[in-house]
Design a protein around this ligand. Structure first.
Ligand SMILES: [Zn+2]
Length: 288
């Protein structure tokens, strides 16, 4: 695979975004990883003159719950294809009056309210602690926000994405609590992808598509899945337009994200089991 054919931009699409008809010269790739199988085949195609790898997070047909996702396999599979910049797209509920349904948000912080999710490539004899104070890539996030603005939809730059476990939506008490701690939007998936992208030394940005006001908003009908699905389909068009614009305007050059594991692995290299070394060869081989 020469550089021109390598999909350096990866996109994980969420609820409502299962396919990408705008891609041309499409190849469908079934990728096996040392961490299991990704959610579906990865579609590699050309968009705005650039090779892009697209993975529907929940699988085509929306078959996989947020808590059932193999986040490691998904991120690792994209890295195997050569992805170095990852955009995670997902539907969210809004925790703020000013973020109306149909608005786009590019969060710069996360708050974890999920549990029992494997969100590290390490373990089994190797310990690594990556920096995560700034969980998204400023350069890629700025490019995504600028691209989102070309769709004409209102775009909110920055904000805190509360990552909940699901699959149920919040109770009103929870929703009000997330507002009280400064949450901007609430979703179920982006945080694990951000953590794993950091470990995989990828630049990462999230594009959150507001579908509803969660349940805190007294004047809104309670969140129901059918209403959300209607907005989801409108938002999917905006998401595809954003990705096409970002593919045309990606920041080039090096970035601190590509060196995230430097100094992060604390384990004595002499003690690392051979099987773990093999499993981590793509993510961390050069540091082991
Ligand atoms: Zn970066």
């Amino acid at each position: 695979m020469d550089d021109r054919n390598t999909p350096s931009l990866g996109v994980i699409g969420g609820s409502g975004l299962y396919d990408f008809a705008e891609l041309t010269e499409v190849e469908r790739k079934r990728v096996e990883t040392p961490f299991g199988d990704p959610s579906d085949e990865i579609v590699v195609g050309t968009l705005s003159g650039r090779r892009v790898a697209f993975l529907p997070r929940h699988g085509r047909g929306h078959r996989i719950l947020p808590g059932e996702l193999d986040f490691r396999a998904n991120v690792h599979a994209l890295k195997q294809l050569g992805v170095v910049q990852l955009v995670s797209i997902g539907a969210v509920g809004s925790l703020r009056e000013e973020i109306a349904p149909g608005h786009l948000v590019v969060p710069d912080q996360f708050f974890d309210r999920s549990f029992n999710r494997v969100s590290t490539f390490f373990g089994d004899g190797v310990v690594a602690h990556v920096q995560f104070g700034e969980p998204t890539c400023a350069g890629l996030a700025a490019a995504v926000a600028a691209a989102a603005e070309t769709t004409g939809a209102p775009v909110h730059r920055g904000g805190t994405y509360v990552c909940m476990q699901g699959p149920h939506f919040s109770t009103r008490a929870e929703s009000n609590f997330y507002r009280s701690i400064g949450g901007s939007v609430i979703g179920m998936t982006a945080l694990q992808e951000a953590k794993l992208a950091r470990e995989a030394e990828m630049c990462f940005a999230s594009l959150a598509l507001s579908t509803d006001y969660d349940c805190w908003h007294e004047s809104e009908a309670e969140v129901d899945a059918a209403a959300i699905l209607r907005v989801l389909h409108e938002n999917a068009d905006r998401a595809r337009a954003t990705v096409a614009a970002v593919a045309a305007s990606l920041p080039g050059g090096d970035c601190a994200c590509r060196h995230a594991l430097e100094g992060a692995i604390v384990t004595d290299r002499a003690t690392i089991p051979e099987a773990t070394r093999r499993r981590l060869s793509l993510v961390a081989g050069k540091y082991l």
